[in-house]
Design a protein around this ligand. Structure first.
Ligand code: P6P
Length: 337
């Protein structure tokens, strides 16, 4: 059997860069720095069960979530890996209330990094897969210093997006707009090796991922859609199977590979003030870029995620993401009058 070629993520990124004649290597350096941070976080996550860094720091982040020490470590690791390479002009993290400026002593670059350092971290102690999610944009402002305006963007302006999933193995999945590619970390050589080239999500799945515990707070359209998925109809391969890990990157990654739909609709307990949970800049946009590049779809139920102009750093949106046919069916139910 022909041995598949061994391609490291570094080599793949350089090959991707060659697709852009005007590329300067700046972008390549940025992604390389990110893979280094990912390896360090993977090492810490994989020994979390052993190290004393488990447990709460006693602090609480901007969203009122208890902050686990691994959150803090991952956030600091990414900042330290990314702030001095000269590729970035500003950063913003799901863990930080305000933007993260590049220290004066370091060179500034033309890119913006938005990231969730360790999503799903409430699952750390249960050894459930968790993940880092990132988005990269080109700087938009032209003044001396980059500003928050460089972070408040539309998803369609992303030049790259990806995630690292720390699970049974550590995988990095990314896109630069040339398809979606997955790399599995070989800890014995410390390299991410190409394992999933040109990932495409099935046009229709048989899995749905939603927290059924919130059913009483759903809007009528979501209630009718989930009931529809549970009906028996062999022609549309229903009933679907419910698979919900409660860790976005893990749920998204499974559906990307197998097909299916992930839903985190708004909470309609107060119909006048629907409350969303997931963050536009750090979760919805990067995963939307990936799923669209893989042939899928990402919507709020009403509009394409990547068309939303961010107004606040920690803006939250309903997220319906996965196989195109499934998201389109959901939108029909959600918008039924
Ligand atoms: P719930 C984890 O805290 C997270 O942000 C995502 O990773 C996950 O999809 C979601 O929240 C789970 O939320 O309300 O179902 O526990």
């Amino acid at each position: 059997m022909q041995k598949s070629r061994v391609v490291t993520i570094q080599r793949h990124i350089v090959e991707q860069e060659r697709l852009y004649p005007r590329a300067t290597g700046d972008f390549t350096g940025l992604l390389w720095d990110l893979t280094l941070a990912a390896k360090s976080i993977s090492r810490e996550v994989n020994k979390a069960g052993l190290a004393e860094i488990l447990g709460l720091t006693g602090e609480v982040n901007v969203h009122g979530d208890d902050v686990k020490k691994l959150d803090v470590y991952a956030n600091e690791r990414i900042c330290k890996a990314m702030d001095h390479g000269g590729h970035l002009c500003i950063m913003a993290s799901e863990e930080n209330e305000d933007v993260i400026r590049i220290p004066d002593e370091f060179p500034k670059g033309k890119y913006v990094l938005l990231f969730d350092p360790l999503d799903g971290s409430s699952n750390i102690d249960a050894n459930v897969s968790i993940g880092t999610i990132f988005s990269i944009y080109r700087r938009k402002t032209t003044g001396k210093e980059a500003t928050i305006e460089d972070c408040l963007r539309k998803g369609t302006e992303q030049v790259a997006a990806g995630y690292i999933i720390y699970g049974s193995s550590t995988m990095m999945v990314y896109t630069t707009g040339q398809g979606v590619h997955g790399f599995t970390l070989d800890p014995s050589i410390g390299e991410f090796l190409l394992s999933h080239e040109n990932i495409k999500i099935p046009q229709k799945g048989k899995i749905y991922s939603i927290n059924e515990g919130n059913a009483n707070a759903w809007d009528d359209g979501t209630k009718k859609y989930v009931a529809y998925l549970k009906e028996k109809d062999t022609t549309t391969e229903r009933p679907y199977s419910l698979r919900y890990i409660g860790s976005l990157v893990a749920d998204f990654h499974r559906n990307l590979l197998y097909g299916g739909i992930f839903l985190y609709p708004a909470d309609y307990k107060d119909p006048k003030k629907p409350k969303a949970k997931l963050r536009l800049l750090y979760e919805a946009n990067p995963l939307a870029f990936i799923v669209e590049q893989a042939g899928g779809m990402a919507s709020t139920g009403k509009e394409r995620i990547m068309d939303i102009q961010a107004a606040e750093l920690h803006q939250k949106v309903p997220l319906i993401i996965g196989s195109k046919e499934d998201v389109l069916t959901y939108e029909k139910f959600f918008n039924q009058k």
